[in-house]
Design a binder for this molecule. Structure first.
Ligand code: FMN
Length: 357
């Protein structure tokens, strides 16, 4: 029987109880001083709503269409590696949960199961994300497999030419297989030329994930990306980056509607998602929050996490006076000074001021 979670706090607490310290730190941790991680939250907390009143908000449509797929809410699950650490069946349990709820999954090539097995676990839409570990023939073989398995789109993650220096993992003396893989260095030689070749061979929707400057967003458009995912990898690669939502507006402006703009990094609340939609994102990726849902209660835990997220988005849209996602714009936001400390669990106020450890 599914566990009862009244709010997201209870999900985070349940995942914390269920996991070993090293799994918690693998998921929650980030690179070096974890400043990028904290800035993701700080940037979200630096925006407040300007609510509009006396509008008829008795019906609210939270749906969005991404790559021709209708999503119940504009929230997708970001690609994550080693998902078998999070719960039994890992990425396959996630596939079932995401399809049950009605949104889209991005599947990491290092998720822990073969891309075909994850595709077969549900009939929901999925994007395949590849870390490059071989030459163009190796890449093409993966693209062929993803095409055959029915993936809706392809995502290239570009913000990790080198694996981030994550001190929590170093302290646990814990190395992921993908870190010790001798072919890892190949990722460091990937260029725009590689992306152009991949895009041409794939022929369908292509997402470039890990864009953090307007200049690179323009290059991504010039190289034919269908979507640009603004991301700092949840602070797990480069330390001392900017908060993801702070980068979003300049990328939306640079892209000028020539591609979709997605964003991830620090989004754990419905208010966070609505802020990104106001600033022009067409959908928002959740990483750690989805992992905590899986840790709390596997497939059912992730479904419940998405339901709670939906309830928060609904509530926020209603309270600011917006009846559909197209109605959201920057006029709903203003800049403010964040309240209190900001870190990976600071959006869950009842857990206290310190991060859960
Ligand atoms: C445990 C974990 C594993 C991840 N593995 C990958 C991966 O394999 N590929 C990738 O592109 N991003 C990976 N990411 C980054 C996420 O896709 C996403 O950018 C990030 O988690 C967003 O920040 P958030 O966790 O604050 O939501 C991973 C993130 C986490 C938390």
């Amino acid at each position: 029987m599914a566990k009862e979670f009244a709010c997201t706090h209870e999900i985070v607490t349940a995942a914390h109880r269920a996991w070993s310290g090293s799994t918690w730190d693998y998921v929650a941790g980030a690179a070096l001083t974890e400043t990028t991680l904290r800035r993701n939250r700080y940037a979200l907390d630096s925006l407040a709503f300007l609510p509009r009143i006396l509008r008829d908000v008795s019906t609210i449509d939270m749906s969005a269409t991404v790559f021709g797929q209708k999503l119940r809410i504009p929230v997708i699950v970001a690609p994550m590696g080693s998902m078998d650490q999070m719960c039994r069946d890992g990425a396959k349990a996630a596939a079932r949960a995401i399809a049950r709820f009605g949104t889209m999954q991005t599947v990491s090539s290092v998720a822990g199961h073969a891309l075909e097995d994850i595709a077969a676990a549900s009939d929901g839409p999925k994007i395949f994300q590849l870390y490059i570990r071989g030459d163009m023939d190796w890449i093409k073989a993966h693209l062929d497999r993803a095409k055959k398995a029915g993936y809706t789109g392809f995502m290239l993650t570009v913000d990790g030419p080198y694996y981030g220096l994550r001190e929590r993992q170093l302290i646990h003396r814990w190395s992921l297989p993908s870190v010790t893989d001798p072919t890892r260095h190949i990722q460091a030689s990937v260029t725009w030329e590689t992306f152009a070749q991949i895009r041409e061979y794939w022929g369908g929707h292509t997402v470039i994930k890990g864009v953090a400057t307007a200049a690179d967003a323009r290059l991504a458009v010039d190289h034919g990306a269908s979507a640009i995912c603004v991301s700092n990898h949840g602070g797990r690669e480069l330390d001392h980056g900017r908060g993801a939502i702070d980068i979003l507006p300049e990328i939306v402006a640079a892209v000028a509607r020539q591609a979709d703009v997605w964003v991830d990094g620090g989004f754990v609340r419905g208010t966070d998602v609505v802020k990104a939609l106001c600033l022009g994102a067409s959908c928002v990726g959740i990483g750690r929050l989805a992992a905590w849902g899986l840790g709390a209660d596997g497939e059912d835990g992730l479904v419940r996490t998405l339901e709670l997220m939906e309830a928060e988005i609904f509530n926020t849209m209603g309270l600011i006076g917006a009846t559909n996602v197209a109605a959201l714009d920057p006029e709903y936001l203003t800049r403010v000074t964040p309240m209190g400390p900001t870190h990976e669990t600071s959006a869950f106020r009842h857990l206290g001021d310190d991060p859960l450890r």
